[in-house]
Design a protein around this ligand. Structure first.
Ligand code: APR
Ligand code: PHB
Length: 393
C-alpha cells in the first residue's frame, strides 16, 4: 500500500504560479500541498525575466510577501525603443498613470518559498513521476515517488502549475483540449553580468543585425539579450562578441554607457507562443506556463501566471466559503480572456522588433512603418503602454 495523505488543493509545481497560489490560499484558510520535481537549490537558482505589473505587485502584497520587493524592486515609469540606433521613449506613467517594477523572478520565488516554509504547509521537493488520477471525479488523487517509495495525495482539487514540460497538461485527453502554437525562427542569447545597467530604463532595440534588449536586476547587475540563430552554440558567443553586438544594436548613446564585464550566466532560449484551452479538465485546473507560453518580449510570462492564480484562488475561496462553483466553472474563460490579450501583445512586440524578413521584402517595410508609427503617435504609444503595464484583471 502506498503511503497516503490528504489536503484540500494538491498543487503540482513550485514555480511562481504554484507558490503564489499556495500562499494566497493559505491567507484565505485553505490548505495545500506542493509537489515539486526538483530540489530547492535548483528552483531558487533559475533565472528568468523580472518585470512585474501592478496587478502582480498587488497579489504579492495580498500574499504578505512584498516587503523586499518594495525595498529592492526598481520602479520603471517607461521604456525606450531604439530603431536602427535611434531611441524614443514610451512614457508609461504619463500615458497610463501606471508603472512596472523590475524585480527578478528568482527573487519572487525565493520570497514565496521563505513564506511557505515559515508554516504555511509542505513543499515536497524531489517528487518524481507525479501522476494524476480520477480528475473527472469528485475525489482526485496525485501519486508520486519520493524517498524511495510511492506516495499518494488525496485532494479536493488539483492545480497544475508545473510549467510547460509538466505532467498536468499531457494528462488531459487530446480530444478535450485545443492547442494553439507559434514557434519563432530565432533565439535569445541572454547574459547576466555584475556591471551597472547602461540605462535607468529598459531598452528594446530593433536593428539590421537583430533585436537586442538591455535590462537589469539591480543597480549593479545587468541582464542583456541579443537575437541569435536557434542552432547557435554558446561557444560561438564569447562575452566579447555579445558586448560588441549589444553596442552596435542598442545605439550610440547606450553603447557609450555600457560597462562590460564577465558574464556570470549565459544561455540561449527559444521563443514560443502557446495556448492550451480550456485550462480546466474536471477537477484539474491549469495555471501559468502549464497552460500558456509567451515569447519574453514584453515580459508577460510571470504576470500571466499571476492573473491565472488570482482567478483560480478567488474561485476556490468561493467554493469553500459559499459552496458555489460558479467561479470555478468560469475560471478557464476568465483566465483565457486575459491570456489571449497578452499573447497578442507579446506576439506583436516580438514580430515588430526582431529580424524576421528579407530586408527587401514587403514585410520588412511593414515592420519599419509600424515602428515609425509607434515613434510618432501618442495613440499607438498609449496602446503599447497600457498593455505593457498590464491590462486589468
Ligand atoms: N512534477 C512536479 N513538478 C514539476 C513537474 C512534474 N512533472 N514538471 C515541472 N515541475 C515543476 C518545475 O520544476 C517548476 O518548478 O513545476 C514548476 C513550474 O514552474 P515554472 O516553469 O516557473 O512555471 P510557472 O510557475 O507557471 O511560472 C511562470 O515562469 O517560465 C516562466 O516566463 C514564465 O515567468 C513565467 C513563469
Ligand atoms: C529580463 O530582465 O530578463 C527581461 C526584461 C524584459 C523582457 C524580457 C526579459 O521583455
Amino acid at each position: 500500500m502506498a503511503a497516503q495523505s490528504r489536503t484540500q488543493v494538491g498543487i503540482i509545481g513550485a514555480g511562481p504560479a504554484g507558490l503564489l497560489l499556495a500562499r494566497l490560499l493559505k491567507v484565505h484558510g485553505i490548505d495545500s500541498v506542493i509537489l515539486e520535481q526538483r530540489d530547492r537549490t535548483y528552483v531558487e537558482g533559475r533565472i528568468r525575466a523580472g518585470v512585474l505589473e501592478q496587478g502582480m505587485v498587488a497579489l504579492m502584497e495580498e500574499a504578505g510577501v512584498a516587503d523586499r520587493l518594495h525595498r529592492e524592486g526598481l520602479v520603471h515609469d517607461g521604456v525606450e525603443i531604439a530603431v536602427r540606433g535611434r531611441p524614443f521613449r514610451i512614457d508609461f506613467r504619463g500615458l497610463t498613470g501606471k508603472a512596472v517594477v523590475v524585480y527578478g523572478q528568482t527573487e519572487v520565488t525565493k520570497d514565496l518559498i521563505t513564506a511557505r516554509l515559515a508554516g504555511d504547509g509542505p513543499i515536497v521537493w524531489n517528487a518524481d513521476d507525479v501522476a494524476l488520477h480520477d480528475v473527472e471525479s469528485a475525489r482526485p488523487l496525485l501519486s508520486y515517488h519520493c524517498e524511495g517509495e510511492r506516495r499518494e495525495l488525496a485532494c479536493d482539487f488539483i492545480a497544475g502549475c508545473d510549467g510547460f514540460h509538466g505532467a498536468s497538461r499531457p494528462s488531459i485527453p487530446a480530444d478535450k483540449i485545443a492547442i494553439y502554437e507559434r514557434v519563432y525562427p530565432f533565439g535569445w542569447l541572454g547574459i547576466l553580468a555584475d556591471v551597472p545597467p547602461c540605462s535607468h530604463e529598459l531598452i528594446y532595440a530593433s536593428h539590421e543585425r537583430g533585436f537586442a534588449l538591455a535590462s537589469m536586476r539591480s543597480h549593479t547587475r545587468s541582464r542583456y539579450y541579443v537575437q541569435c540563430n536557434l542552432d547557435d552554440e554558446l561557444d560561438a558567443w564569447p562575452d566579447a562578441r555579445v558586448w560588441d553586438e549589444l553596442k552596435l544594436r542598442l545605439g550610440e548613446r547606450a553603447a557609450a554607457q555600457i560597462t562590460t564585464g564577465p558574464s556570470i550566466e549565459k544561455s540561449i532560449a527559444p521563443l514560443r507562443s502557446f495556448v492550451a484551452a480550456p485550462m480546466r479538465h474536471g477537477r484539474l485546473f491549469l495555471a501559468g506556463d502549464a497552460a500558456h507560453i509567451v515569447p519574453p518580449t514584453g515580459a508577460k510570462g510571470l504576470n500571466l501566471a499571476a492573473s491565472d492564480v488570482h482567478y483560480l484562488c478567488r474561485a476556490l475561496v468561493a467554493h469553500y466559503r459559499t459552496g458555489s462553483d460558479a467561479l470555478l466553472e468560469r475560471y478557464s474563460d476568465m483566465a483565457l480572456a486575459r491570456v489571449w490579450k497578452a499573447e497578442r501583445f507579446s506576439w506583436w512586440m516580438t514580430t515588430m522588433l526582431h529580424n524576421l524578413y528579407d530586408p527587401t521584402s514587403f514585410e520588412a517595410q511593414m515592420q519599419l512603418a509600424e515602428l515609425e508609427y509607434l515613434a510618432a503617435s501618442q495613440a499607438a504609444q498609449t496602446a503599447m503602454a497600457e498593455n505593457y503595464v498590464g491590462l486589468p484583471y
